[in-house]
Design a protein around this ligand. Structure first.
Ligand code: SF4
Length: 314
C-alpha cells in the first residue's frame, strides 16, 4: 500500500454519508474528524467478547478508542468522545492526535503490554491513517491480529481496501429498518450499507472463524446486535436474517448492555422510550431465537445488564 490511500481524505467518502469534503484542507464533514487519528484512550481492555479479550487477569484486547463517529447514535454510550465537537475546549483530558507513525508505536506498545490483538474502536473515519499505521507496525514486528471494531455503517468499497490490514471484523448490525436508523442515527442508508459491508467482511475473512490454541480469535467476523428497549422483535428478525445468510461463517454476539445515560447525553431525553434498560423478558426473547437457530459460535450476556462502571471514563 502506498501513500495514495491518504488521497481518500481529499474528497471524503469513507463512510456511506459520502460528505465529499476535503479533510486535508481543513474541511470537516458529518463526523467532524480531521486527518490525523484522534484517540481518546488506549488501554488493555477486558470487556469485549471472550475470544477478543480473553479471561487472563493481566492480558486483554489492546484497544484504541477513536474520537468522533460517522453514526452519532442518539443513545451512544461513548457520547463524550463520539460527538462532532469531541475534545473541543479541552473537554477530553486523554485526547491525543496521532499520525501513522505514532499510532504504529502505540500499537507496538499495546502488544508489549500483553495485548492479544489490536482493537480499533470506531475506526471508519480514520481508515487511511490506520492502514498506514498497521503496515508500519507490522514492519516493526507487530504479529497479533488487528480487529476492526465498527458500528457497521460502512461502504463495501472501503472494506475491500482493508483486505491486507484487518484480520477480524467486529461489527454491529444495529437496525432492521432504516426508519429506526433515521430516528436514532440520522441515516436512511444504514441497513443497505451494513449488509453490503458485511458481505465483503465475510468474503475477506473466508469460510469461518479461526482461533489459536488459547481460543483467541485469529481471523473471522463477529456480528453484534445490541438489543434496544422495546425492540426485541427487531433483534429476533436480525438474528434470523443473519443466520439465513451466513449460518456458521460468523460469530453471533447478542448484547443486553444498553445503558441509558441521560446525564452525560442530554439528547437522549428527547427519546423517552430509550430511557430504560432492556427488560429481562425482552432479552430472553432474543436469546430464545438465537438458541433455536443454534449457530456454532455465539455469545450472550448473562448476569443482568452491564453496569455504567464498564464504560470507560474519558
Ligand atoms: S468519514 Fe466523516 S467526513 Fe468522511 S464521509 Fe463519513 S462522515 Fe463524512
Amino acid at each position: 500500500m502506498n501513500d495514495d490511500i491518504y488521497s481518500l481524505y481529499e474528497k471524503c467518502e469513507l463512510c456511506p454519508r459520502r460528505c465529499g469534503i476535503d479533510r486535508t484542507a481543513g474541511e470537516r464533514g458529518y463526523c467532524g474528524a480531521g486527518t490525523d487519528a484522534r484517540a481518546a484512550l488506549t488501554m488493555i481492555h477486558r470487556w469485549e467478547e471472550p475470544c477478543v479479550s480473553g479471561s487472563d487477569a493481566v492480558k486483554g484486547s489492546g484497544a484504541v478508542f477513536f474520537a468522533h463517529c460517522t453514526l452519532g447514535c442518539v443513545y451512544c454510550q461513548n457520547y463524550a468522545i463520539s460527538r462532532r465537537n469531541a475534545g473541543e475546549n479541552g473537554s477530553l483530558k486523554g485526547l491525543r492526535e496521532m499520525d501513522a507513525q505514532s499510532l504504529a508505536e502505540e500499537m507496538l506498545s499495546l502488544a508489549g503490554k500483553g495485548a492479544y490483538n489490536i482493537n480499533l474502536v470506531t475506526p471508519t473515519h480514520y481508515m487511511p491513517v490506520i492502514v498506514k499505521a498497521v503496515e508500519t507496525a507490522r514492519n516493526k514486528g507487530l504479529a497479533i491480529p488487528v480487529v476492526y471494531n465498527t458500528g457497521g455503517f460502512e461502504r463495501p468499497e472501503m472494506i475491500s481496501l482493508l483486505e491486507d490490514t484487518v484480520d477480524v471484523f467486529l461489527t454491529d448490525m444495529k437496525y432492521l429498518s432504516d426508519v429506526t436508523a433515521m430516528k436514532y442515527s440520522r441515516t436512511s442508508v444504514y441497513v443497505k450499507s451494513a449488509w453490503e459491508a458485511l458481505n465483503e467482511m465475510v468474503r475477506i475473512t473466508g469460510e469461518g472463524p479461526e482461533f489459536d490454541e488459547e481460543g483467541m480469535i485469529r481471523r473471522g467476523v463477529i456480528v453484534r446486535h445490541l438489543v434496544l428497549p422495546g425492540r426485541a422483535r427487531a433483534a429476533q428478525e436480525i438474528l434470523k436474517k443473519l443466520y439465513a445468510r451466513y449460518s456458521d461463517r460468523i460469530i453471533y454476539s447478542l448484547m443486553n448492555q444498553y445503558t441509558p445515560l441521560p446525564e452525560g447525553n442530554p439528547e437522549l431525553c428527547n427519546y423517552p422510550e430509550l430511557l430504560r434498560p432492556v427488560s429481562d423478558g425482552e432479552y430472553r426473547r432474543a436469546v430464545r431465537t438465537l438458541k433455536e437457530l443454534s449457530p456454532e459460535y455465539a455469545y450472550i450476556q448473562e448476569g443482568g445488564t452491564i453496569s455504567e462502571s464498564f464504560i470507560p471514563k474519558w
